[in-house]
Design a protein. Structure first.
Lengths: 383, 155
């Protein structure tokens, strides 16, 4: 039976390790000599690094380039510890890793990365993405991955690079390239591998940005329920296979479905698009096309969003990393004690902090004058 | 400053390579403090430089490994190395117009990060040298350049 070994990564001290770098080095070495070369398959193990939000967990590149033997059921997992996962907005008080160069490079290991924040603050072309995926199976779930606005580079920068991935799956992630120069800047570059993107919000901000770049002529992209913001969304530089999702939405006119084209990257769609502190939760509005227009991906294992909200919340999946759990339209009914009278209010969007109450209701107490008698409500929560 | 040093052959790291640099009194993890793979030493000399400069100096990748010819190349020489040795694979001719490949696409993706070492090995309390390991193009070490001599304390 496969056993799971968990180590704590506490950058502020008090755990097993203070960096993922030290975890990588020591854990593969500690399996030696009884299990040569960090062979998790022979050892029948999964090794987990639980990262705490007490500082930066990266002290340099984590190459995972040698010393591990893994497969799809014996892998490395990097995940935010309970209570230390981001809340959908970048925060250095939650589990995160930030580097001035290449961040995590999975290279030759099977790996799962869950609930983490990964950032590159200085970028030089393809060599320094926040996440570089090698030639094994990698699953990235519910992460915020970004190139910071301060980053610069040789001629281009990208957030995620899949160089030779056997299969890379990114789901429920926010992937942002905030760098405005140099241009073009990319969200994801997939050179040769097979990549599956489910319910991600992928944003690249530069003036000649590209969201997905397929190169090498042999890669495959399967995309569903993603929102893309870039000047060019699906870019195929060779003979790659681009399976565009009918339920993808785009900031330009490239979306397959007409209704999902030209969805603005603005506060009409998202809570906050301020560079560096983006909150890409969906604005609750009947006009927001990302609400309830996604395909049902339950059968593909998509059952929650980036912050753990169950999918779907209503009749259909939302598009992007967040699943809205606020009713788009609502009814509010209060029944008063000793009365058959009902206080009814309806609206659309977020539940308001104040309501226009009927004239026979005392707004300071919620009491309603009913046939000359003041009646107290069962509950009165409306300001 | 406190240094987490490699104390055994860990593949990417050689004995004596610096894995991490932290300020004095840092709360190292239990698996870092009590691990035959690592050695913790402190350099009491405070005039080495600021913490951030030290981190950049010690941890920033400065030597890259070419995955095509397996030679180490200084970061500043990557472009020249590509032109001189791998010009045949430098361009992607499948696209029109031909696109210049990045170092990552060509194969220069690995950063040999451990440019600096503390020598001599053993890390007993006493005098040590902070050195720069210099590689020739055939991946052989050709020199140690001493940058600083100071005392170390084993934590």
């Amino acid at each position: 039976m496969t056993t799971t070994e968990i180590k704590t990564i506490m950058p502020g001290g008090g755990g097993d390790y203070t960096s993922l770098n030290a975890w990588d080095l020591a854990e593969r070495a500690n399996t030696y000599p009884t299990i040569p070369n960090g062979d998790l398959v022979a050892a029948d193990k999964i090794k987990v690094a639980e990262v705490y939000g007490t500082g930066n967990c990266l002290t340099g590149t984590i190459p995972f380039s040698a010393g591990w033997t893994t497969d799809t059921t014996h892998y490395l997992e990097i995940r935010a510890a309970a209570g230390h996962k981001h809340t959908g907005v970048w925060s250095t008080s939650k589990a995160y890793g930030s580097t001035a160069g290449l961040g995590i490079s999975t290279s030759t290991v099977d790996m799962h990365i869950t609930g983490m924040q990964l950032e590159c603050t200085a970028n030089g072309e393809y060599t320094d993405p926040a996440l570089s995926i090698g030639n094994k199976v990698v699953v990235v779930d519910s992460c915020i991955i970004r190139i910071a606005s301060s980053a610069g580079g040789a001629s281009a920068s990208n957030v995620v690079l899949a160089s030779h991935a056997t299969l890379a799956t990114l789901k429920n992630c926010v992937i942002i390239n905030e760098a405005l120069t140099p241009a073009p800047n990319y969200g994801i570059v997939n050179l040769y591998g097979t990549m599956t993107l489910y319910n991600n919000t992928i944003v690249s901000l530069s003036s000649s940005s590209q969201a997905i770049v397929m190169g090498g002529g042999s890669g495959t992209l399967n995309s569903q329920n993603n929102y893309y913001r870039a000047n060019s969304i699906y870019v195929n530089q060779g003979g790659a296979t681009l399976n565009k999702g009918a339920n993808d939405a785009t900031s330009n006119t490239e979306a397959v479905t007409a209704n999902l084209r030209s969805v603005p990257y603005s506060t009409a769609t998202f809570y906050d698009i301020t560079s560096g502190s983006e909150n890409l939760r969906l604005v609750v509005s009947p006009s927001n096309k990302l609400l309830d227009n996604g395909a049902n991906l339950t059968s593909l294992g998509i059952t929650y969003d980036i912050v753990g909200t169950a999918r779907p919340q209503s009749s259909a999946f939302d598009i992007g990393a967040f699943e809205n759990d606020i009713p788009i339209c609502w009814n509010y009914t209060a029944r008063y004690k000793n009365s058959s009278k009902l206080f009814k209010v309806s609206g659309c969007g977020s539940f308001p902090g104040s309501l226009n109450v009927p004239e026979n209701v005392d707004k300071s107490t919620g009491r309603m004058v009913d046939d000359g008698i003041e009646i107290d409500p069962d509950n009165y929560n409306v300001a | 400053m406190e240094f987490l040093l490699c104390n055994s052959d860990l593949g990417d790291y050689d004995v004596g390579d610096i894995i991490d640099v932290r300020p004095d009194g840092y709360g190292w993890g239990t698996c870092e403090r009590d691990n035959p793979c690592f050695q913790l030493v402190r350099l009491p000399d405070a005039d080495l430089d600021s913490f951030e400069v030290l981190k950049e100096r010690y941890l920033a990748p400065s030597v890259y490994k070419c995955n095509i010819c397996n030679k180490f190349v200084a970061a500043s020489d990557v472009a020249a190395h590509l032109e001189a040795v791998h010009s045949d694979v430098l361009y992607d001719v499948l696209v029109n117009p031909p696109r210049r490949k990045s170092p990552g696409e060509v194969g220069i993706v690995g950063a040999k990060n451990r440019k600096w070492v503390i020598d001599p090995q053993g890390f007993g309390e006493g005098i040590a040298e902070i050195c720069e390991k210099v590689f020739a193009n055939d991946d052989t070490e050709i020199a140690y350049v001493t940058r600083k001599t100071t005392s170390v304390v084993v934590l």
